[in-house]
Design a binder for this molecule. Structure first.
Ligand SMILES: Nc1ncnc2c1ncn2[C@@H]1O[C@H](COP(=O)(O)OP(=O)(O)O)[C@@H](O)[C@H]1O
Ligand SMILES: [Mg+2]
Length: 320
């Protein structure tokens, strides 16, 4: 769909100048430029427009603004400078949120209603969704799918943390070109074991990954596979439940191995190599099971899928 859009802007200085310039360059009409929620409500009452572009701050965006726009049947897109602003918009129930550094085209798509944001009810604090990405041996593409999933969820305005819980070869950070990452997931696990993992600590140790389309948090994996004992089941469970309070979606890249024989063979309390994967699968609300589409990949997938069904009871499983 094309055509000239008439818009009202209510933006802070950081995003404002650039976006207003881009809107002009794209030949759209800026009907009014205002600087506060109060003025925005006044203007909305007086004129018919296609959309409103507003900074996701308390000064620019309020419940009254949303009510007024709903009343007038006008679409609103919020522009967030950071996660706090993003959360603020979401807390008001506005899901059309884009990154303040993103291009005008991202906003335009939402103003035209091109993307259906049908991700369910707004996430409550403490009720983030855990999605575990799993697949059998042989590199079927777990890490690739986990990264894409995180980046698409973030692009659709949700806060996201991508957690690398693969104890056989954590590859999230290197796949994103972050080569000297210290394993922040292991750090989170250690803090959790001392009951001192808070949201502030998570934001301190996690890295922020910015792609051209979206931004999300990363808790990177253990580079040296020999560090797997740091990722014990209780620790992983505890970190993931803290992450639920932190972000809307926790995407977990897991290992492939679901064997639990070693649990029987070894001491009950000894940390076990597959514990992180198993704990993530048990915590997950959704499991994305990834298989390779060649004869070996498929037979591996089908055999391991039987084990997967034994491990997860409540989660929804989608097959890729
Ligand atoms: N759909 C795909 N088609 C072709 N190659 C892929 C696909 N998904 C992943 N790959 C490649 O396969 C390799 C392994 O992918 P990765 O996601 O790291 O697998 P895993 O995490 O399951 O070990 C990488 O080189 C990746 O670029
Ligand atoms: Mg991987």
């Amino acid at each position: 769909m094309t055509g000239v859009l008439s818009v009202i802007t209510c933006l802070d200085d950081t995003a404002g100048e650039r976006l207003i310039h881009e809107i002009g360059s794209a030949d759209h009409d800026i009907v009014a430029r205002v600087g506060s929620a109060h003025d925005l409500i006044d203007v909305l009452r007086g004129c018919a427009v296609d959309g409103v572009v507003v900074s996701a701050t308390r000064r620019h965006l309020t419940l009254e603004v949303l009510a007024e726009a709903d009343e007038a049947g006008v679409r609103i897109v919020a522009v967030a400078g950071d996660d706090a602003e993003r959360r603020y918009a979401l807390s008001l129930g506005l899901f059309e949120v884009v990154d303040a550094r993103g291009p005008w085209s991202d906003i335009e798509v939402l103003l035209r209603g091109g993307i259906a944001v049908s991700l369910g009810a707004p996430a409550q604090r403490g009720a983030g969704t855990v999605i575990a990405v799993w697949g059998p041996a042989g590199a079927p593409g777990r890490t690739t799918v986990a990264i894409q999933l995180a980046s698409e969820l973030a692009f659709r305005g949700r806060t996201v943390a991508l957690v690398d819980a693969d104890t056989y070869g954590g590859a999230v950070a290197p796949s994103l070109g972050m080569l000297d990452e210290s394993p922040s997931f292991a750090a989170a696990c250690r803090l959790a074991s001392r009951d001192s993992l808070t949201l502030a600590e998570l934001e301190r140790i996690a890295s922020r990954y910015a792609s051209p389309r979206s931004e999300f948090w990363i808790l990177s994996g253990i580079g040296r596979a020999s560090r797997w004992p740091e990722l014990g089941a209780d620790r992983v469970t505890s970190v993931l439940s803290t992450c639920r309070q932190w972000v809307d979606y926790v995407v977990v890249d897991t290992g492939f191995n679901l064997e639990t024989d070693e649990e029987i063979a070894s001491d009950m309390f000894a940390p076990r190599r597959n514990a992180a994967t198993l704990a993530a699968l048990r915590q997950a609300d959704h499991v994305v099971a990834v298989g390779a589409a060649d004869p070996i990949g498929l037979s591996r997938f089908l055999r391991a899928h039987v084990d997967l069904l034994e491990q997860v009871e409540t989660a929804q499983i989608s097959v890729v």
